[in-house]
Ligand binder design. Structure first.
Ligand SMILES: [Fe+2]
Length: 320
């Protein structure tokens, strides 16, 4: 099961709990924002107490982190408010400590929080994917129209991470003071956001204040939006972000999904036809992940037709 819809939620309304998982240091406290109870993947607000120390080591899960407040020592570097890290699974991080304490947002994307003490990366770690940056100081704001169709002017973004296979993205976004957008959105991807500072408003869920958070599965209506004084937030999507805009506040997620399928039919009619008419529209297992599949180019099938496709399992193909 994927994560449930969490919205509205504000982490300031709940208290910290002690992190008791092995490998982490004493003085790490967390608030659970959203959790996939099957995989353990989760997003958490973490308070590292002053004096916190953690030995070098890696996680079994991909992890992203942004410093909300305070300072952390990350190996030789002091990282502060706005510093973002992308840490692939199995990547051995240097020692981490905090003299005065730090508040951070941590996202364990593929499994539960874990820390295995090690000076070396795991043999299978995709080490080159690691990157980090001071997102407040070292990246300029860009127009929000890099995603089509565009959000209204006055919503700016800074891209922090992009997965070229899944099109998953992590980004900062900023609503400028007096921003508003009057239409309603939904997407084909799940969407997550944490308000680092400031308040925005949404027609369906009300105010999202500092510390406000949502995990929103695909096809859920959201918007109109507004922000009186502006806000800055970290956003994340788990696959390709397309803004389906409309003005019907009563449409259901199933109706939104159907409308998206109709759009796919118009945009890529052959792809749509292939999906729905070749018995491929069944749930696929983990063997279908792109890295593991093999390509059958122009397989001859019994009726003499040729076709080409990707898959990693045996099954019948029905042609009419
Ligand atoms: Fe959205």
């Amino acid at each position: 099961m994927a994560r449930p819809h969490i919205e509205p939620f504000c982490d300031r309304d709940v208290s910290f709990k002690n992190m008791n998982l092995s490998g982490f240091g004493n003085g790490m406290r967390f608030k659970m924002l959203s959790l996939d109870t099957d995989s353990g993947a989760c997003s958490i607000t973490v308070q590292f107490e002053g004096g916190y120390k953690q030995n070098p080591g890696f996680s079994w899960s991909e992890m992203e982190m942004i410093v909300i407040d305070g300072e952390l020592q990350y190996g030789d570097h002091t990282i502060r408010k706005g510093h973002y890290l992308f840490v692939p699974a199995g990547y051995a991080m240097p020692a981490i400590s905090s003299e005065q304490g730090a508040l951070v947002l941590m996202m364990y994307n593929t499994g539960e929080p874990s820390h295995v003490e090690s000076d070396e990366h795991h043999a299978l770690a995709q080490v080159g994917l690691h990157h980090d940056i001071d997102s407040y100081m070292d990246i300029p704001w860009a127009m929000g129209n890099v995603v089509k169709p565009s959000v209204a002017a006055g919503c700016l973004i800074k891209l922090l991470n992009y997965n070229p296979i899944s099109h998953a993205m992590t980004f900062l976004y900023c609503m400028t003071p007096a921003f508003y957008q009057d239409n309603i959105s939904y997407h084909d991807c799940a969407e997550e956001s944490y308000h680092l500072w400031g308040t925005s408003w949404m027609m369906q869920f009300g105010d999202v204040p500092t510390g406000g958070y949502f995990w929103r599965p695909a096809y859920i209506n959201h918007g109109a939006f507004a922000s009186e004084l502006g806000c800055i937030a970290l956003g994340r999507v788990d696959s390709k972000l397309f803004n389906h805009f409309h003005y019907n506040p009563w449409s259901t997620p199933v109706q939104n999904q159907d409308r998206s399928a109709a759009r796919l039919y118009q945009r890529d009619p052959l792809l749509y036809k292939w999906m729905v008419s070749h018995s491929h529209n069944h749930p696929h297992g983990p063997e279908d992940f792109e890295q593991n599949v093999h390509r059958h180019d122009q397989d001859k099938v019994s009726d003499g037709k040729t076709h080409s496709h990707w898959h990693g399992h045996d099954h019948d193909h029905h042609h009419d």
